[in-house]
Design a protein around this ligand. Structure first.
Ligand code: PGA
Length: 257
């Protein structure tokens, strides 16, 4: 992970933690990672209901942890029952919003078009999106990963400014690797990360390609994290299952440092 891109290790807690559990998890995590480092950014993404408690802890104890949400709606406000806006997330000091996770695409009808609206809303709301992309197993098997992911990136990231593109985080998460214990080889993941970077470059110019961060996600564990982090185009990880235990998430953070 060379260059000026600060590695990012983000924990996606999905629909697992209550507010109280999240607060304990983040306190335990900080105990294990320590509180003085700037060589890696650590972020946690609790469910909406857990954001306030974790945000308060981060602020009161000046914890070196950033906060992210797992989703957002693109409208600023209105009669959208059940939805949450960027302004609500920003007030809780969110820095990141995960957009277009494959579980949202599968279970909540997200499309490249809605992902794109959300990416724009997140930037306009003063945060950075962690835009997820990644292929199902059938596409991987057919050797069509690059075309599939390139299309997700082109559509999901359409219409940004070069400056926004530089601040982007893209998470490459092969769907077949999420929660399965299977992963692509680090070399293969890096090939896709490089292709994503090149696509951002073709859309927004070389500085954006150089500066945007590309994470790998899908069954990242303490045992395999170092191998992914050693790849030149992989700038960190989006971690699901292993982020739910402070010890394993802390080991992944240590691997990134
Ligand atoms: P996993 O999930 O680490 O449990 O595979 C990753 C993700 O879905 O972001």
């Amino acid at each position: 992970m060379p260059g000026k891109r600060t590695p990012l290790v983000a924990g996606n807690w999905k629909m697992y933690t209550t507010s109280g559990e999240g607060a304990i998890l983040v306190e335990d995590l900080v105990q294990l990672v320590g509180d003085s480092f700037d060589d890696v950014e650590v972020a946690v993404c609790p469910p909406f209901t857990g954001l306030k408690a974790v945000s308060t802890l981060i602020e009161l104890d000046a914890l070196p942890v950033k906060l992210g949400a797992q989703d957002v709606f693109w409208e600023a406000e209105g009669a959208f029952t059940g939805a949450v806006s960027t302004r609500m997330l920003k007030e809780l000091r969110c820095d990141y919003v995960i957009v277009g996770h494959s579980e949202r695409r599968e279970f909540f009808g997200e499309t490249d078009e809605t992902v794109n609206k959300k990416v724009h809303a997140v930037f306009e709301g003063g945060m950075a999106p962690i835009m997820c992309c990644g292929e199902p197993f059938s596409v991987y098997e057919a050797g069509e990963t690059d075309d599939y992911v390139r299309s997700q990136v082109r559509l999901g990231l359409a219409g940004l400014t070069a400056e926004q593109a530089s601040a982007l985080v893209v998470a490459y998460e092969p769907i077949w690797a999420i929660g399965t214990g299977h992963t692509p080889t680090p070399e293969k993941a890096n090939d896709v990360a490089r292709m994503i970077r090149a696509t951002v470059g073709a859309m927004y110019g070389p500085p954006a390609a150089l500066e945007c961060r590309v994470l790998y996600g899908g069954s990242v564990k303490p045992e395999n994290a170092t191998m992914f982090f050693m790849e030149p185009d992989i700038d960190g990880a989006l971690v699901g299952g292993a982020a739910l235990k402070a010890a394993t998430f802390a080991d992944i953070v240590h691997a990134a440092r």
